[in-house]
Design a protein around this ligand. Structure first.
Ligand code: Q9C
Ligand code: ZN
Length: 341
């Protein structure tokens, strides 16, 4: 399987608030570098850089003004004299006004985010646009006839919605790829999200659409981040009614229950008869992940790859989360090798 990778990801390294302190984010450059190293060591296939794309191709999954905000945010922030990472600290929840876009950066950071998990740094735009470009290059490769491809995206994307960043995500790489496939004439696309966290951004991007089926297995939002999205009764709206399937699972879920939920997903996907599968591949379902609560063992990721191969679809894998840096490379490669076996 071909892997698409860009060193630009290293330009994004931010902070997060944890235990009432500012710390280096769990979402760090070592993640992508360790995955690349394992892809190489396993001789999975060619490793190629992505092609640069016009940021207009991010629009559709995202709004134009949000893409412009991301591109401009660091310049707007440093224009106020600040040089440290920019974090949002106020949000337009419930009865506050969310219909008016603030003009200055402190307000704009909150307007375009759901949490303080996605800092804006000097290299953020370079990294997130390169990351989205890997997904675009990967999906085009599959559309051109490759049976599968792996976009080694970093930063991840699945929490990023039409107009918001959050949860380490900025541009929704998987959604950008799925939307691009539709623009290229693919009739029906399924996005399957196996990251531990609910892909709220992907859900919301496609919630009103019947041409992209979104299926997500994740920790039950009653107990797990992102808390405010991912329940089973979120099934889509309007033309998208019935085209969103959430399969929340309890904390402590191990392979057998995960596999059963994957079987439920497979049935829905089969009846949808998609022409393309985009997998939001998070490996934070790993038993030793530092911020998540499932119990998949390294060998289970091989089974996951085998199960997805059984779906028999042209497939783009897009990297999402996974934070046990010593093991994520092995776990990712296990999925991809299981898929190709
Ligand atoms: N103690 C992705 O996996 N922080 N994002 C949760 C829980 C945010 C995860 C803290 C987790 C975001 C792409
Ligand atoms: Zn995650």
């Amino acid at each position: 399987m071909i892997t698409f990778f860009s060193t630009e990801h290293q330009r994004h390294h931010g902070v997060e608030l944890k235990d009432a302190a500012i710390k280096p984010s769990f979402e760090n450059p070592g993640r992508a570098d360790t995955i690349l190293q394992q892809v190489r060591q396993a001789a999975l296939g060619d490793i190629q850089p992505g092609r640069a794309h016009d940021s207009a191709l991010y629009v559709g999954a995202h709004s134009e003004r949000y893409v412009r905000f991301l591109q401009q945010a660091w310049a707007d922030w440093t224009a106020t004299g600040q040089t440290h990472d920019a974090l949002p600290l106020i949000w337009p929840v419930r009865d506050l006004r969310s219909d008016l876009e603030p003009a200055t950066i402190d307000g704009r950071l909150g307007f375009y985010s759901m949490d303080a998990g996605s800092p804006i740094t000097a290299g953020t735009w370079a990294a997130v646009s390169a990351s989205a470009d890997l997904a675009l290059t990967g999906v085009q490769t599959v559309l051109d006839g490759a049976p599968s491809a792996f976009a080694l995206c970093r930063p991840p994307g699945h929490h990023a919605g039409p107009e918001m960043m959050g949860g380490y995500c900025y541009l929704n790489n998987a959604a950008i790829a799925a939307h691009h496939a539709r623009r290229q004439g693919v009739q029906r696309v399924v996005v399957l999200d196996v990251d531990f966290h609910h892909g709220n951004g992907t859900q919301s991007i496609f919630y009103g659409r019947g041409d992209v089926l979104v299926v997500s297995l994740h920790g039950d939002p009653v107990h797990c981040y992102p808390y405010f999205s991912g329940h089973a009764d979120e099934t889509g709206a309007g033309a998208g009614q019935g085209f969103n399937l959430n399969l929340p699972l309890p904390k402590g879920t191990a392979w057998l229950a995960f596999r059963d939920a994957l079987g439920v997903a497979a049935q829905r996907v089969r009846s949808f008869a998609p022409e393309l599968l985009v997998v939001s591949l998070g490996v934070d379902t790993f038993e030793h992940d530092p911020i998540s609560h499932f119990r998949l063992a390294s060998a289970d990721f091989v089974r996951l790859g085998e199960a997805l191969a059984g779906w028999g679809l042209p497939t783009l894998f897009v990297m999402e989360g996974g934070y046990m840096v010593d093991d994520i490379g092995r776990n990712v490669v296990n999925v991809l090798q299981g898929f190709e076996a």
